[in-house]
Design a protein around this ligand. Structure first.
Ligand code: EPU
Length: 419
């Protein structure tokens, strides 16, 4: 198993280009099931979650190839012969549940393992299921699997009690080949949902209103293949930017649209950073201790829950008291106990964490337990005095390609070792 040894206290300087967004690539891979031709995705990072989704598609009978040199992913899922996503893959990555919508839309049947809970929360899929039922699917449960069947899906109104990111994507992919028009009410407005709609439209779908809370989908009879470059990863970009916030320095992150980071950038400015943006880059400079700020996580365009652990890592060193209110996932504070091992002063009450800034974190042995929490701990290690050993980095590898080399190119000292 791999672990990182981080020598903290080095300023970050330089320029780095982000890969395409993991959370756009995964639904787009599932969308390949809908296509009658090849789907090619560009600028794809070599990460564990892409490998897991590739395995899911291969089990269904698709051909999947990844070219590591060009970071291109080639998928031909136009003639699949199995309709089951098994437990051993879905338990590794919840996003595997995204194959349900496309399988149901194109083949009228799917058997997908229920994802179960994960470290950051219970994360039920009840809203996905209700949406499929409203579209006319018959849903039954059998030994931990969701079985969905439909002769033909029919357009209708589907609503979410609260906006669900993958829920909106799953319903959108089911509705593109349905008879008639579907309206999604209280849809997720996350940029990755918009990019999936853009890709589906380029394949021949008719989706309107993505990026607002009301998405309208006119069913079409078939979709073609496509060669597509998904949007740049705002979460990877945010990870580097909070990294600089924690160490001080000057870094330009390219390949990402600043508007997709919106409130996160305002919070970095409030913390004292100087930020310059262009159409597809963000440059951040900071050399002072961060100022304390309050953060509330919320669906887009609110502050992203996925950047909460990184922001918290920075706030542990702020000159004053900050409050972080986590409103998306009920258990997304697992990194807090590890930050405390580094010397942070944090207390939790329900869904709020109060952070009393301390001037210096000190290196210690800590452990990742989810992708983003792990990245937050890595950032804390970058600013801590001395040596931090971060274990279970396989969580981080699910969402970031060789994060130690990427931060290394900006001047960080992180060694990957195995035991
Ligand atoms: N929810 C339900 N029922 C549902 C669906 C969601 O109660 O049927 C709840 C969830 O439990 C949660 C809230 O609604 O409390 C929002 O969850 P959402 O469905 O939006 O999350 P998701 O689609 O499962 C995606 C990302 C996550 C990201 C969240 C929030 C992908 C593959 N995953 O998850 O990304 O944190 O949206 O923005 O897109 C990550 O990349 O590390 C990651 C966890």
């Amino acid at each position: 198993m791999d672990y990182f040894v981080i020598e903290g206290g080095r300023r970050l300087e330089g320029e780095i280009k982000v890969f395409a967004a993991k959370n756009a690539i995964l639904p787009m891979m599932a969308a390949a099931i809908l296509a009658d031709g090849e789907v090619v995705l560009r600028n794809v990072p070599d990460i564990a979650d892409v490998r897991t989704m590739s395995e899911v598609l291969i089990r269904l009978g698709a051909e999947v190839e990844f070219d590591r040199r060009t970071h291109s992913l080639f998928i031909n899922a136009s003639r699949i012969s199995f309709f089951e996503a098994p437990y051993d893959l879905v338990r590794r990555m919840r996003a595997s549940f995204l194959v349900l919508g496309p399988l149901l839309a194109k083949y009228g049947k799917a058997r997908v393992s229920q994802p179960g809970g994960c470290a950051i929360g219970a994360r039920p899929v009840d809203q996905h299921i209700r949406g499929f039922q409203r579209l006319g699917a018959r849903i039954t449960d059998e030994e931990g699997y969701t079985i969905a069947e439909a002769d033909r899906l029919r357009g209708t109104v589907v609503y979410f009690d609260r906006p669900s990111h993958t829920g909106t994507e799953n319903i959108m992919m089911a509705a593109v080949l349905a008879d008639g028009t579907t309206e999604i009410v209280n849809a997720s407005q996350e940029p990755e949902v918009v990019d999936l709609a853009n890709m589906l439209n380029a394949m021949g779908a008719k989706i309107y209103g993505a990026g607002t809370s009301r998405i309208v989908i006119e069913g079409v009879s078939s979709l073609g293949g496509i060669d597509y470059t998904p949007l740049g990863d705002r979460l990877e970009a945010g990870t580097y930017l909070f990294g600089v916030m924690s160490t001080g320095g000057k870094v330009k992150v390219t390949g990402v649209e600043p508007k997709n980071l919106c409130i996160a950038l305002f919070k970095m400015s409030e913390m004292g950073a100087k930020i310059t943006t262009g159409a597809d880059f963000i440059e951040l400079e900071t050399d002072t201790f961060p100022k304390p700020v309050n953060i509330v996580t919320a669906p887009f365009p609110g502050f992203p829950t996925d950047l909460q652990p990184m922001a918290m890592a920075v706030l542990t060193r702020a000159a004053g008291v900050s409050v972080v209110w986590e409103r998306i996932f009920e258990n997304r504070f697992i990194h807090v106990m590890e930050l405390i091992r580094l010397g942070a002063q944090i207390s939790i009450s329900g869904d709020k964490a109060t952070i009393i800034g301390t001037r210096e974190l000190k290196g210690a042995k800590i452990m990742a337990s989810d992708i983003r929490g792990g990245a937050g701990l890595l950032i804390a290690g970058l600013s801590a005095k001395g040596k931090t050993t971060l274990r279970r980095v396989y969580h981080i590898d699910r969402g970031y390609e060789r994060i130690e080399e990427r931060f290394g190119s900006l001047g960080a000292h992180i060694k990957r070792l195995s035991y």
